[in-house]
Design a protein around this ligand. Structure first.
Ligand code: FAD
Length: 491
């Protein structure tokens, strides 16, 4: 189901590979013998997984590796990786810049456990790639989190102190403005911090590689199989257009689509777009910049910019939060390609890299980001029925590496394994909620626009207008954390 997958009525904003550099490249290089036809008729499994992105696939893989006796089936609406997992910025990093959020969520020891485990996810993914021979342009060269206006320096400075306080100064190191300028060639960036262990990756090659390994490990994958209803009254029953899957337990791994199947979580989420562009391969021009191939880059804006250079010498550059919130916390078509957001992104790219201003932009795309009030993933059990249905959602733009850990947690929960993962501080019902509709999207939208305008004015070297600054402040109050400047919101 790599192309031509029917667009199920459930979510009109379904991803397709067209326009997304990563998906185009991954799909073009794939063998035709790896098709996963839709579910037809009845099937059973010990564990059913809904959603074929990083979360669903890592859960399936951890389950099969730890419990080879459990049968696992995965249902994906279109093709594995066609959601956020195949269209993101390719930042794989931990939670060193989000330690304050971890500390707000759980005990100091619990926060340290999650910090360490997420940092270890980078090595864990790397080892997995080596063992299973997944080629996905994994380059473990660290990441620069640099201020694009003076006020943004507060974020890295506080994060550096926090990492020192908890005994992990190795995760983040200070970096001066001259160094950033020398390394990136960008005149708009100042100092900040360097995430010492982070990797740039081709996300679609990674997610399609996980799919391939999952198939080898015996996971049954049904693509083109959107789950239309989920019944958890007597066993778990999942209905698709042409079939039904009965399972002992289920894991909902739907990212920005979570509220389509679990509407009770809609108030614990907002869905916002992130847009990305890719230049043509820039050859010698990129080599002349000191921006070493693979070192990731982002700023500290509320609507964060993020970038990487691919091995082919393309700059991939994105910005989160430029576009309307999804009504009732679901994706909307504009989240996948908003011409206005993309043209503003091109302007930002030229401002960031004036020496590359004439580079041809060959690709531009968007994707929906699931944001939680705490800006950390929420992992819980659906309370709608007696049977066990678990979910994970709310990565808030930082899911590439954390999904490896979240997959472990979900695998422990779904297999009823009582370990430190199943009882870690991310597991539990949502404790913070966004306002109900229409306030959530209409009010949130007004605030979002104000906050974005404040960012844009600061980027242009002028002071935000009072109303815009107030919108950004109010945003921080009414939609807690959603637009707090930090680098971890890659999307
Ligand atoms: C543009 C963009 C840039 C980003 N940049 C970064 C970054 O650089 N670094 C980072 O760490 N994070 C980034 N993120 C976030 C990161 O991509 C996500 O957190 C992560 O991929 C989430 O994976 P997932 O498996 O939870 O969701 P998804 O990958 O979205 O998977 C959900 C899947 O569910 C499927 N689906 C939907 N409805 C149904 C249904 N009814 N039945 C069956 N299947 C269904 C979808 O087709 C999709 O494949 C970015 C996100 C976006 C959109």
């Amino acid at each position: 189901m790599l192309s031509g997958a029917p667009e199920p009525a459930l979510h009109p904003a379904l991803p397709r590979p067209g326009g997304v550099l990563w998906l185009e490249e991954a799909v073009a290089g794939e063998l035709p013998d790896v098709a996963c036809p839709p579910l037809a008729g009845s099937a059973t499994a010990d564990v059913a997984i809904v959603g074929g992105g990083f979360t669903g696939l890592w859960t399936a893989l951890h389950l099969r590796l730890a419990h080879p006796d459990l049968s696992v089936a995965l249902l994906e609406a279109t093709g594995c990786g066609f959601g956020a997992s195949g269209r993101n910025g390719g930042w794989a990093s931990g939670w060193q810049d989000e330690l304050d959020l971890l500390l707000a969520r759980t005990s100091p020891a619990g926060a340290r456990f999650l910090l360490d485990e997420c940092a270890a996810a980078i090595s864990g993914i790397e080892a997995f790639l080596g063992e299973w021979e997944i080629e996905c342009q994994w380059r473990r060269r660290g990441a620069l989190w640099a201020a694009s206006s003076p006020g943004q320096l507060r974020g890295p400075t506080a994060a550096l102190a926090r990492c020192r306080d908890v005994g992990r100064p190795d995760l983040l190191e200070p970096v001066g403005p001259d160094d950033v300028c020398r390394r990136t060639g960008s005149p708009v960036l100042g100092g900040g911090a360097r995430l010492t262990d982070a990797a740039a990756v081709h996300p679609a090659l990674l997610v399609r590689g996980l799919r391939r390994v999952a198939l080898r490990l015996g996971v049954r994958i049904y693509e083109g199989s959107p789950v239309l209803t989920l019944d958890q009254r007597r066993g778990v029953s999942l209905l698709t257009p042409a079939g039904r899957l009965e399972a002992g337990a289920a894991v909902v791994a739907l990212g920005a689509w979570t509220a389509t199947l679990l509407p009770e979580l809609a108030r614990a989420l907002v869905v916002v777009p992130s847009h990305v562009l890719a230049t043509e391969p820039l050859g010698k021009r990129i080599e002349q910049l000191a921006w070493s191939e693979g070192e990731l880059l982002c700023d500290g804006q509320a609507s964060v910019h993020y970038a990487q250079v691919t091995p082919a010498g393309r700059v991939v550059f994105g910005r989160g939060g430029d576009g309307p919130l999804g009504w009732r916390s679901r994706p909307r078509p504009a989240h996948f390609a908003d011409a206005d957001a993309l043209s503003r992104l091109v302007g930002d790219f030229r401002r960031w890299f004036p020496d590359l201003a004439d580079a041809a932009i060959t690709h531009g795309w968007g994707g929906p980001v699931d944001r939680s009030p705490s800006r950390l993933p929420m992992i819980g059990r659906s309370e709608r029925g007696p049977e066990t249905v678990y979910y994970a959602v709310g990565y808030s733009g930082n899911g590439v590496a954390p999904s490896f850990l979240v997959g472990k947690i979900l695998a422990s929960l779904a297999s009823a394994t009582r370990d430190t993962y199943a009882s870690c501080g991310l597991v539990g019902p949502p404790t913070r909620w966004f306002p109900p509709e229409p306030l959530r999207s209409v009010g949130g939208e007004l605030l979002r626009r104000g906050a974005l305008a404040a960012d844009d004015r600061e980027a242009a070297g002028t002071r935000p207008r009072r109303l815009e600054a107030a919108a950004r402040r109010t945003m921080a109050l009414t939609l807690p954390d959603v637009f707090r400047p930090r680098c971890a919101c890659r999307g």
